[in-house]
Unconditional design. Sequence first.
Length: 104
Amino acid sequence: MISIFDYSDPDVLNDLVKIENKCHSWIRREIERQLAYQPELETKNRNPLLRTSTLGSAWELRFGPENQFRVFDRTEAERRQVHIFAVGMKVKERLFVGGKEFDL
């Protein structure tokens, strides 16, 4: 089981500030539920990024109503850690991270 999730990164905290407070605990629970045991397992809503993004992340997790939430992370299997780099929201065809439109 992966036991360490890093939510203390100032960029991630800034990303969460731009998302409604009522969603924060739900987002955290969903991240832990989906990444705690097999964070490098590709699923319908969890995919490796095909190209390196400016976030430097290797995986994208989608969840929520209409898969509106996006979490970008990198897994260090040997250290049994998942590092969250960004949390965003997809609105139609646009992705917002930290309140700014972001292009992957």
